[in-house]
Design a protein around this ligand. Structure first.
Ligand SMILES: NC(=O)NCCC[C@H](N)C(=O)O
Length: 253
């Protein structure tokens, strides 16, 4: 069975960073229940959860996707764009090592957040924006190109991360809510969805798409396209600019 890295919410979750939206109060108990439900859904769909040790002093640690990027047998441990998030990486590195990955690091002055990396087959889009800089992308490209990846930088100005704006369907079509996508033409195939939350899908395997309850019209669109949406409520994480992708790192090998 494939596995998925996850990390339990910090007791300080409510202090997480917000950049592009207004801060609204986070209900920690509800967040913990939503996180557990998310992990349960992954497990029910064949993904064994592997917990990265908690980072209780890091309010945003639950967004584990930002701490590392896996490609083939390599785990790229990031240097987060936000300084408060840099301590999240150490335990993520140990967990990736224990899972058998080779390790490399983004180093200063480079910054890169995993949320800025969208893999579509061997094409790897990287958002250049508030969290990931040119030097981070240069180092990332140097790490992935020897493995056959085609690393392409795309602009991200309207949202936090590239994957806040776009993710991809199993057939490689990049999906996004157009008002928040800087350059839809940057992607080989692009399809607009009717809601911001509909931009984010986690591919569970077969035709199943894990997505947020906040995007019912997009779920209907995906159904019409022949996919099976699997819906979770992640309202408390959405208040911190999180989405379904950022709560896990799927290990496909
Ligand atoms: N990959 C993601 O979309 N991560 C969400 C991170 C949210 C967190 N509050 C942050 O600002 O870093």
């Amino acid at each position: 069975m494939p596995s998925a890295l996850v990390r339990r919410p910090s007791p300080r979750l409510a202090e997480g960073l917000v950049t592009h939206i207004e801060r609204t109060p986070v209900d920690l108990d509800l967040a913990v229940r939503q996180w557990q439900a998310y992990v349960d859904v992954l497990e029910q769909h064949g993904w064994t959860p592997v917990e990265v040790p908690p980072a209780d002093d890091c309010p945003d640690g639950v967004f584990i996707e930002d701490a590392l990027v896996v490609y083939g047998d390599l785990a790229v441990i990031v240097r987060a764009g936000a300084e408060s998030r840099r301590p999240e990486a150490a335990a993520a590195e140990e967990t990736a090592r224990a899972q058998g990955y080779r390790i490399t690091h983004i180093t200063a002055p480079g910054t890169l957040d995993g949320g800025d990396v969208l893999k579509v087959g061997t094409t790897v889009y990287v958002g250049l924006g508030g969290r990931t800089n040119e030097e981070g992308i240069r180092q990332f490209r140097a790490a992935l190109e020897p493995l056959g990846a085609d690393v392409r930088a795309v602009p991200v100005r309207k949202v936090l991360h590239l994957k806040s704006a776009v993710t991809a369907l199993p057939d490689g079509t990049v999906i996004g809510y157009e008002p928040l996508v800087d350059d839809p033409a940057a992607f080989d195939k692009f399809r607009a969805v009717p809601e911001e939350g509909g931009s984010h899908v986690v591919l569970l395997g077969d035709d199943r798409l894990l997505m947020a309850a906040s995007a019912p019209q997009s779920a209907e669109l995906f159904r019409q396209l022949g996919y099976t949406p699997v819906v979770v409520d992640i309202s408390e994480f959405e208040k911190l600019e999180g989405c379904v992708t950022c709560l896990s790192v799927r290990l496909r090998r």
